[in-house]
Design a protein around this ligand. Sequence first.
Ligand code: DX5
Ligand code: ZN
Length: 216
Amino acid sequence: MTRIISPSMLSADFGNLERDTKMIDRSAAEWVHIDVMDGVFVPNISFGFPVMKPIRKATTKVLDVHLMIVEPEKYVKRFVEAGADYVTFHYEATEDIDGCIAAIREAGAKVGISIKPKTEASVLKDILAKVDLVLVMSVEPGFGGQSFIDGSLDKIRELAAMRQELGAKFLIEVDGGISSKNAGEVFAAGAEALVAGSAVFGAADPAAEIVKMLEA
Ligand code: DX5
Ligand code: ZN
């Protein structure tokens, strides 16, 4: 069974971005999660292309970019050029889902689609065969450090069942409020990749916390 940890750089020390990225690079985490917020789709602003550059330079791990921005299709190419391996956009953020998927594929990255806690998994039914990743938000997007919404486990199970029914191949990633305390049940519900920001960067030993999550 695949188990991937994707530490969210939103919780890193931006004054020591190279140091923190290299620390993740040496850890058991296979992916690095990059949260891009525009202050419109979510009530917060994080960072964009210039901040991705030093992260890309400091690690060879998979860059897992989570776009919390409106009209993502306008920018996906630039995120791929900045080094994204996966580009994930929100179902709720665009009128042009197919155009956004095509733009990410054309630029050469893998495609992810994300849904907010109040969005039903069923809206993705006709999209699932076209994507490489589904990102289930287990908190309202916008901020790190929130508590995991328990109903997310049912949504993960539902998506895993839909995947099996359709014979689809996408990975299920879960984002928000995850630590070694609940990682085991989130993996068990059917997820392959877990995002963790505050649990990793707030730990006394981040590398050990990552291993604990993998073994949870
Ligand atoms: C929230 C972001 C998350 C966030 C997770 O909008 O998408 O990736 O960094 O942070 P924690 O793990 O602290 O909930
Ligand atoms: Zn995220």
